[in-house]
Design a protein around this ligand. Structure first.
Ligand code: NDP
Length: 293
């Protein structure tokens, strides 16, 4: 069984990004990323911190806007407009989820699609569906595709079954894997909470991708002998033995599924590090497209 090392593959992506940043800097251009956080959700705060830190490590100009919980929709959209107009900023992301009083879709729609490095703007969703390479693809699905390719697993002609149909993971991943060309050309099935005979469907997968947010949901009965399994899930489960009182597990019951797989991603250390790596890569892409550098 091949244990897919997301940390190592993310380092490869970072190395490419570093080279691209240097090349832009040699032309007098510095890629810039603005990350906006509203409220003080600890997990969101940690994500924002690591995105800021990674940007800086790669030589990307990084700006963090941490706004209080009670920030109004108008104030948040005004900040997005200000960042849209800022020539030093090429990528903008508003950390999800915002507080309940914020209309997230409206905030995303306010981002200049050319700076939408999360790939959530309707223009970029359409570009993905249209196979337009100038668009931005959400970072987690992009990271899953890159993990497969870097591990010598070509989705072409294979049956990929995706568990979950969210706009952040499942749906864009389905579009990516069914697109024509490198990293695509798969036969794709998407299953979700209303699917019937779920284990029967997932057992047909050559490549099974779990993105549902249920700890250990995917068990041996869901997996065909020799399948590749990609675990997108990041779930906190209580663990008194751990100093933090919890640990992070995926959507796959690792111990029982591993013996059946030809390849499997661990959690943590699988898809997680790839998400941030693809965000950095998207920021460089945005900078190139905007500046022509
Ligand atoms: P959502 O909650 O938005 O979507 C979950 C999907 O799973 C839905 O389509 C839902 O179906 C489906 N689902 C839920 N329960 C079941 C079930 N019992 N049987 C079948 N399908 C089910 O989650 P996200 O897509 O945002 O995230 C999924 C997981 O991936 C989470 O653990 C999240 O933390 C993780 N994640 C990891 C990232 C990373 O960087 N590695 C980035 C983003 C997410 P329905 O549509 O019918 O409700």
């Amino acid at each position: 069984m091949q244990l897919i090392d997301g940390k190592r593959i993310a380092q490869e992506v970072h190395a490419e990004t570093r080279v691209a940043v240097e090349a832009l800097k040699a032309q007098g251009i510095t890629p810039g990323l603005a990350v906006v956080l509203v409220g003080d959700d600890p997990a969101s705060r940690a994500y924002v911190r690591s995105k800021d830190k990674m940007s800086k490590e790669l030589g990307i100009y990084s700006v963090k806007h941490e706004l209080p919980e009670e920030t109004t929709q108008e104030a948040l959209v005004a900040l997005v407009h200000q960042l849209n107009a800022d020539p030093a900023i090429h990528g903008i992301l508003v950390q999800s989820p915002p507080p309940a009083h914020i209309d997230e879709a409206a905030v995303v729609a306010a981002i200049d699609p050319r700076k939408d490095v999360d790939g959530f703007h309707p223009v970029n969703v359409a570009k993905l569906a249209l196979d337009d390479p100038t668009g931005f693809v959400p970072c987690t699905p992009l990271g899953c595709q890159r993990l497969l390719l870097a591990s010598g697993i070509d989705p072409a002609g294979k049956h990929a079954v995706i568990l979950g149909r969210s706009m952040i993971v499942g749906k864009p991943l389905a579009l990516l894997l069914m697109a024509k060309g490198k990293g695509g050309d798969a036969t794709v099935t998407v299953v979700h909470s209303r699917s019937r005979n779920l284990p029967e469907l997932t057992r047909q997968a050559d490549i099974l991708i779990a993105a549902i947010g249920r700890p250990g949901f995917v068990t041996a009965e869901h997996v065909r002998e020799g399948a590749v399994v990609i675990d997108v899930g990041i779930n906190r489960v209580e663990d008194p033995a751990n100093a933090k009182g919890y640990r992070i597990v995926g959507d796959v019951a690792f111990e029982e599924v591993a013996p059946k797989c030809s390849a499997l991603t661990p959690v943590p250390g699988g898809v997680g590090p790839m998400t941030i790596a693809m965000l950095m890569a998207n920021t460089v892409k945005a900078c190139r497209q905007i500046t022509g550098g």
